[in-house]
Ligand binder design. Structure first.
Ligand code: SF4
Length: 297
């Protein structure tokens, strides 16, 4: 199957992008593995005609928005995101009516329609920088209330209005999970993603995006780490920091949507050129504005 994927990839002029939360075997066949920001940036630099996006629907949509002339395929055709589903374009318009002076900052974990209705996008890597770059004092931050509250700590001069979304994987980690993990592994620092609840972030030693967590474990002289994010990241962490030990914070942290894709589906996507991401040209133009403003920051 690996040989067939490799052969078809060349024939189609395709590149494979994969998120850190994908299954290990998918990460291993990808040309590039990254977090949302890295993948968005990569999508703007790609020369290939076809992008096979191993992730969830909103990520493949972002790749299409940034590369409207390219064919973008999502092998796991039904991979969605419960957080992205928590906000609609109508919700954004309602929030705008309630707070007419506010800028709308939308986490990239959102649909193309929501991005199009926003002023600017952000990822967990750049959210603080994005909010600080805005002249508006009032900020509508959607859909992730946890990330919004985390960002607000670094922007005391701004007033925030939050969406009511969250990532069910990160939101399930509790303060008790942090305390239990510290008792079990007292020498290990606790590294968490900003999609975690504020009380979990308050107890952690480091908070950062997946890329920032990887950078931390690579640069640290510690040998063991407690990781509070989707456990697909551990595969990459073990590759980048071989010999170091990683413990998952709390119970299993597995996003079932991120695990929907398989090698067979990647092969099928390349054979049949499915599932193609198709977006209306006007929607692409509007959503591209929010993504491009983010990339400029
Ligand atoms: S890990 Fe959370 S935010 Fe990411 S795709 Fe899964 S549910 Fe959505």
């Amino acid at each position: 199957m690996l040989e067939q994927i490799e052969k078809l990839k060349k024939e189609r002029g395709a590149v494979i992008l994969a998120h850190y939360y994908q299954k290990p075997e998918i990460q291993d066949i990808a040309d590039f593995v990254g977090d949302s920001l890295e993948l968005s940036r990569k999508a703007t630099e790609i020369q290939a005609d076809v992008i096979v996006f191993c992730g969830v629907h909103f990520m493949a949509e972002s790749a299409k928005i940034l590369n409207p002339e390219k064919t973008v395929l999502l092998p796991a055709a039904f991979a969605g995101c419960p957080m992205a589903d928590r906000i609609t374009e109508e919700d954004v318009m309602r929030l705008r009516r309630e707070h007419p002076r506010a800028a709308v900052v939308t986490y990239v974990n959102s649909s193309a329609k929501v991005k199009a209705a926003s002023d600017i996008c952000c990822t967990s890597s750049n959210a603080v920088k994005v909010v600080r770059s805005l002249p508006e004092r009032e900020i509508i931050f959607v859909p992730d209330r946890n990330l919004g509250r985390y960002v607000a700590q670094f922007c005391p001069d701004k007033e925030f209005f939050y969406g009511n979304g969250c990532c069910p994987i990160h939101d399930r980690i509790s303060a008790a999970d942090v305390q239990n993990a510290r008792c079990a592994h007292p020498e290990s620092p606790v590294l968490v993603h900003p999609e975690c609840r504020p009380e979990v972030i308050g107890l952690a030693d480091f908070t950062g995006s997946t890329a920032q967590i990887l950078q931390y474990v690579r640069n640290s002289d510690r040998e063991e780490f407690i990781i509070g994010t989707e456990e697909g990241l551990l595969h990459r962490a073990r590759q980048l920091a071989p010999g170091k030990t990683f413990h998952v914070l709390g119970g299993p942290l597995i996003c079932s949507d991120m695990k929907l894709g398989s090698l067979a589906e990647v092969l099928h996507a390349l054979q049949c050129m499915e599932k193609r991401i198709e977006l209306d040209a006007r929607l692409i133009e509007k959503a591209a504005g929010s993504l491009s403003r983010m990339l400029a920051v």
